[in-house]
Design a protein around this ligand. Structure first.
Ligand SMILES: Cc1cc2nc3c(=O)[nH]c(=O)nc-3n(C[C@H](O)[C@H](O)[C@H](O)COP(=O)(O)O)c2cc1C
Length: 328
């Protein structure tokens, strides 16, 4: 029989894992509330990007990734858990409730995903010109499906150029949007910081010959001859709907894909400019022949590790339990 403190330890470990999730500009737009055997996951609206993410879609995607990390940690610690998305219709900020159910032996797959949580980070530098093997590709597609989502691989130069064109157009439209540049700059960090993107993690300065236009986090120019891979492995992830619930589902699928990629020895990075511009998102959806809009693009490959991002202390994201007033 597990003691209450074993449950509390498991819940704390799960929140420590949750905050390792990727989030747009490393905003970490989440808060957590622990109960006796539950983790409430809440959006932090003060950390939403008003210009790049007016509807909170990227915020929900980020929180979905955090929810997945918490689920993986609990499974690794030998707990089965039930996750209810949007459990309270009256509180749209309450994104999920994760409830411990019963002890359950961890599988090797749970262990593998848990180990990947601490190793995964965005790598925006050039990858090696080594193809991602077919069995690994199949595992990534299966990872998205396991969370009720889809992952379309962008194969061959024609499809790659079509996607690259949409990324570039979206990036230009975003940069022309009043306030976008200032908002992005406000999340770039010069000195060690518990949130935001440090320059050494943001990738090198974008150059005109790069196929995929990256967000410019103000990095240093790369060494001459260090070009991006000629045949990049790019994939688009999406859900089967476009309600807030689908964003949370897609965030969980994204994180399962990223952790699976990490477990397979791949480096990954994300690109969301084309889905941040509604008209470009619709063009991408049409090009993919999908019924629901795409949620995010990812790039994977083999690479040497780059700079990483930090996280806020747990005390900053754990909301206190409401005080129980006892009658006298
Ligand atoms: C919804 C979402 C959108 C993102 N969009 C981009 C992007 O357009 N470009 C980029 O370089 N990284 C993007 N990222 C990656 C974040 O910047 C990254 O996860 C964050 O800085 C934390 O760093 P880490 O992934 O190394 O933990 C995105 C992440 C999420 C969850």
């Amino acid at each position: 029989m597990m003691t209450p403190s074993a449950r509390q330890t498991a819940l704390h470990t799960a929140v420590s894992a949750a905050v390792r999730a990727p989030s747009v500009h490393n905003t970490q737009p989440w808060r957590f509330r622990l109960g006796a055997d539950t983790i409430g996951v809440y959006a932090d609206p003060d950390r939403r990007l008003p210009i790049a993410d007016p509807d909170g879609r990227a915020l929900r995607l980020s929180c979905g990734a955090a929810i997945f990390n918490a689920r993986v940690a609990l499974a690794h610690l030998g707990w089965s858990a039930e996750t209810t998305l949007q459990p309270d219709a009256a509180d749209p900020l309450h994104l999920a409730e994760i409830r411990l159910t019963a002890p359950h032996p961890a599988t090797p797959g749970d262990q593998e995903l848990f180990t990947a949580i601490g190793r995964r980070h965005s790598n925006r530098g050039p990858f090696m010109d080594t193809a991602v093997p077919m069995d690994v590709r199949a595992r990534l597609v299966a990872a998205a499906r396991a969370e009720g989502c889809w992952l379309d691989l962008i194969l061959g130069p024609v499809a790659q150029h079509m996607v690259a064109e949409l990324v570039d157009t979206a990036d230009r439209l975003l940069r022309a949007t009043p306030g976008y540049g200032a908002e992005l700059a406000s999340w770039i960090r010069e000195r060690p910081s518990p949130d935001g993107v440090p320059r050494d993690a943001g990738g090198p300065t974008p150059e005109p010959q790069d196929l995929l236009t990256r967000r410019d986090f103000g990095g240093a120019p790369r060494a001459p001859g260090r070009d991006y891979e000629s045949d990049p492995f790019v994939a688009v992830l999406g859900a089967y709907g476009h309600a807030p619930h689908d964003d949370l589902q897609a965030g969980q699928a994204l994180q399962r894909v990223l952790l699976t990629a990490t477990a397979c020895g791949l480096a990954t990075s994300l690109m969301s400019q084309p889905v941040d511009v509604p008209a470009i998102r619709e063009q991408l959806r049409l090009g993919l022949h999908r019924g629901a809009p795409p949620q995010i693009l990812l790039r994977a490959g083999y690479a040497v590790a780059t700079g990483t991002t930090a996280r806020r202390p747990l005390a900053d994201v754990l909301a206190p339990m409401p005080t129980v007033t006892r009658g006298t």
